[in-house]
Design a protein around this ligand. Structure first.
Ligand SMILES: [Zn+2]
Length: 312
């Protein structure tokens, strides 16, 4: 079983300002801050606004306000407007870093222009495990780079192995899942995968804590990080996913269990965190008063619960 790195290690809370925070984010935040506070980590706050179409300043302001209200203070990378804010860490502030990463991959002969639409990919490559599989149509087609900003990464076929801190050893073959990875789309927008891998590398993120729904895309991040020269991938921990009452995955647009709504309904911060802890499997739901958990108690909760990470 892989363990956490020696302290102080760095992890990140990385919400996208494309909607309001909900209990699913709060569960992720509990794991991020809980593990960091219990086992000597530092939390970097990164605003993942690589999606220039859907990101909104008002969502960013709201998520900073919600975090502040919850009592979850990042140690690094806070943006202006937050209570203590030395260091803006917003993806859109430094997009040239993504261009530099693409240039490196290009120079190594690993990136290539692609003119395929989603529709064409669906037709030619189909879906594997629910996601589009790009069959490599443009890899050797000699597409003129000036014809499109869209770029893909040639993913050599190989098994990618990594150890999840909670789920144990994992093996994935990214080339068989998504095929050659999209790095920049046809509108010139950087993709989530490229942006987070570059950010995690450049910001020295050693532990990535995220929901189980993202587990299938971890291998490709490990492979891309390696191609970008990262000597060892970050450690990963994928935590249980919070479902809405009817079993759907919570989404920002669903309007259910939004932190804003709970605040407006008079919930205290401790009650919101308590509810998130119950939904995330960290606290038992009691019969009496609703469970409450203050941000300052997170370190103790995780220390008591996970004396060794093998028990996660
Ligand atoms: Zn193509």
């Amino acid at each position: 079983m892989t363990d956490l790195p020696p302290p102080p290690w760095r992890t990140r809370f990385a919400p996208a300002p494309t909607g309001y925070l909900h209990l699913g984010h709060a569960v992720n935040a509990l794991y991020v801050w809980g593990l960091a506070r219990a086992f000597g980590g530092r939390v970097v706050l990164r605003v993942e606004d690589h999606d220039r179409v859907r990101s909104r300043p008002r969502y960013e302001a709201a998520l900073l306000d919600d975090l502040d209200w919850l009592g979850l203070e990042p140690d690094e990378g806070t943006t202006e407007g937050f209570r203590r804010g030395p260091l803006p860490l917003r993806q859109s502030d430094n997009v040239e870093r993504y261009a530099a990463a693409l240039a490196r991959l290009d120079a190594a002969g690993l990136a290539y222009p692609c003119v395929c639409s989603r529709k064409q990919i669906e037709k030619r490559g189909g879906r594997r495990g629910g996601e589009l599989h790009y069959p490599g149509t443009c890899r050797a087609a000699g597409v003129d780079p000036a014809a499109t900003p869209q770029r893909r990464l040639h993913l050599e076929r190989r098994e990618v192995c990594f150890t999840d801190l909670r789920l144990g050893a994992q093996t994935q073959v990214p080339s068989e899942q998504c095929g050659d990875l999209l790095l920049r789309d046809r509108d010139g927008h950087w993709t989530y995968q490229l942006a987070v891998v570059v950010d995690d590398l450049e910001q020295g993120i050693e532990v990535v804590i995220r929901g189980e729904d993202l587990l299938a895309s971890t291998g490709r991040q490990v492979q891309l990080a390696e191609l970008l020269g990262r000597p060892a991938p970050p450690r990963f921990l994928h935590h249980p996913l919070v479902l809405a009452d009817d079993g759907r995955k919570l989404s920002k647009s669903a309007g259910d269990t939004g932190i804003r709504e709970l605040r407006a309904a008079g919930w205290s911060a401790a009650r919101v965190l308590g509810e998130a802890a119950v939904r995330g499997g960290l606290l038992a739901a009691g019969r009496g008063a609703p469970p409450e958990l203050a941000a300052g108690e997170l370190g103790d909760l995780f220390r008591a619960r996970y004396s060794g990470l093998g028990q996660l």
